[in-house]
Design a protein around this ligand. Structure first.
Ligand code: HMG
Length: 386
């Protein structure tokens, strides 16, 4: 039985920051951000959005009344969770109006966890081929104002359904996972912003990619030339280039040219929103499918990386009419509104964060489908925008 991704969708915030403006405000050459890091725009998060509202918004884009009836489990991967006990998935299930008889749980291992969700979902579908598992990766990447990581911030969520006989990507049997206890990036419980050893993190990422891919080659006999595209977790677009070049070296034949062109297509959406943490790899997939030379029957390689650290390389085969299983990301991005650097900083400092007080947010300027309207009696308040 084939198991894999049946539908895939993406949602982000309605606001963005132009990184040329950020570069000027930080007295940095804009080309460092545009070329050196490879980012043009960054999603800005209003106080009315968080991991719950973004995750629900992504899932809403793929939802139909018939699908609602079939979802047996919701797995939400996030490192921007809103509670130390209650799962983000519980709130999302309620906002989506899913059945009471739904299993809900939250998964965490930095940016890697959505891939853990895909693999766990694959197991659940193998035991019950009728079931549909909804996997969501939802995050807000925060490093802090005026930090080296600031240019790599971002926000958004992806949602996927994992089913038998998938209409988008059928997963191959072999996948390779590696993990190691190390400190390249982390966020202590008392901090809203990530801590990072930036240069070390990029090196660890490349090591995990090369090691998992090498083992995958040994186990399958497939080489890089056997892939139509290699897709990456993209904390910033240059990271994917660093990883691919570490593999291809100075090869310049048709196979390596195809992989480089596919990487460029897969980077387009990340360049417009920034790091999504858990959702990032799957936004690369969406970007390749909508901007690259994607065709049914192609074999795609996917590299998932989460700091701390865990990596997984796996692969799948594109299915006929896969293009009908995606939301129109370019159209959605075109509706966003640009904010000034001052407005971005106000939004950044206006998040609920770790505050333990009652608060009420103004939702009038946020057109998103779900809102965080505030906090009362230590309970977060969510509302559907009708
Ligand atoms: P930095 O020190 O500000 O930047 O930090 P830099 O000085 O290294 O410059 C960056 C690049 O810009 C360099 O190119 C420069 O040469 C170039 P590279 O050598 O890398 O190819 N440059 C220019 N290019 C054109 N014109 C110019 C110019 N000036 C410089 N004028 C860093 C950069 C990425 C380290 C920082 O932004 C950071 O710490 N980011 C956050 C950490 C991160 O994203 N790490 C990625 C791997 S870890 C990961 O992916 C997991 C993660 O998603 C978290 C999770 O798992 O949850 C982060």
């Amino acid at each position: 039985m084939q198991i894999g991704i049946d539908k895939l969708s993406f949602a982000t915030t309605p606001f963005y920051l132009d990184l040329v403006e950020l570069a000027r405000a930080r007295d940095v050459d804009p080309n460092k951000y545009l070329i050196g890091i490879g980012q043009e725009k960054q999603a800005v998060v209003p106080p009315t959005q968080d991991a719950v509202t973004l995750g629900a918004a992504a899932a809403l884009k793929l939802m139909t009344p018939a699908l609602k009836e079939r979802i047996s489990t919701v797995l939400v991967a996030t490192e921007s969770g809103v509670d130390n006990s209650k799962a983000t998935a519980v709130y999302i299930k309620r906002l989506l109006g899913l059945s009471r008889f739904t299993r809900v749980v939250e998964l965490k291992e930095a940016c890697y966890a959505a891939t853990a969700g895909v693999m766990m979902a694959k197991g659940l579908v193998a035991t019950d081929p009728q079931s549909v598992v909804l996997v969501i990766g939802t995050d807000i990447a925060r490093y802090g104002l005026n930090t080296p990581g600031e240019v790599t911030q971002g926000a958004g969520a992806v949602a996927m359904t994992i089913t038998a006989n998938p209409r988008l990507l059928s997963l191959d049997q072999v996948s390779v996972t590696a993990s190691d206890d190390l400190m390249d990036f982390w966020r202590p419980l008392y901090s809203e912003d990530a801590m990072v050893d930036g240069k070390y993190s990029t090196q660890v990422y490349i090591d995990f990619f090369l090691q998992t891919f090498e083992r995958y080659q040994e186990m399958t006999g497939r080489q890089w030339a056997d892939f139509d595209a290699l897709l990456f977790h993209l904390p910033f677009t240059k990271m994917g280039k660093k990883a691919l070049e570490a593999l291809l070296g100075d090869h310049d034949d048709p196979d390596s040219q195809r992989l480089r062109a596919a990487l460029t297509a897969s980077q387009q959406y990340c360049r417009q929103v920034g790091n999504l943490y858990t959702g990032s790899l799957y936004l690369s997939l969406l970007s390749y499918l909508q901007n690259g030379q994607a065709r049914p029957g192609q074999r795609l390689g996917l590299f998932s990386y989460g700091s701390g650290a865990e990596g997984e390389f796996y692969s799948g085969v594109l299915q006929p009419n896969f293009e009908n299983q995606l939301n129109d990301v370019a159209a959605d991005l075109a509706t966003r509104q640009q904010l000034s650097v001052a407005e971005y900083e106000k939004s950044f400092n206006g998040q609920l964060g770790l505050a333990d007080t009652d608060v009420s947010f103004d939702t009038s300027k946020d057109p998103s489908p779900f809102w965080l309207t505030g906090q009362g009696g230590h309970q977060r308040q969510y509302q559907v925008n009708q």
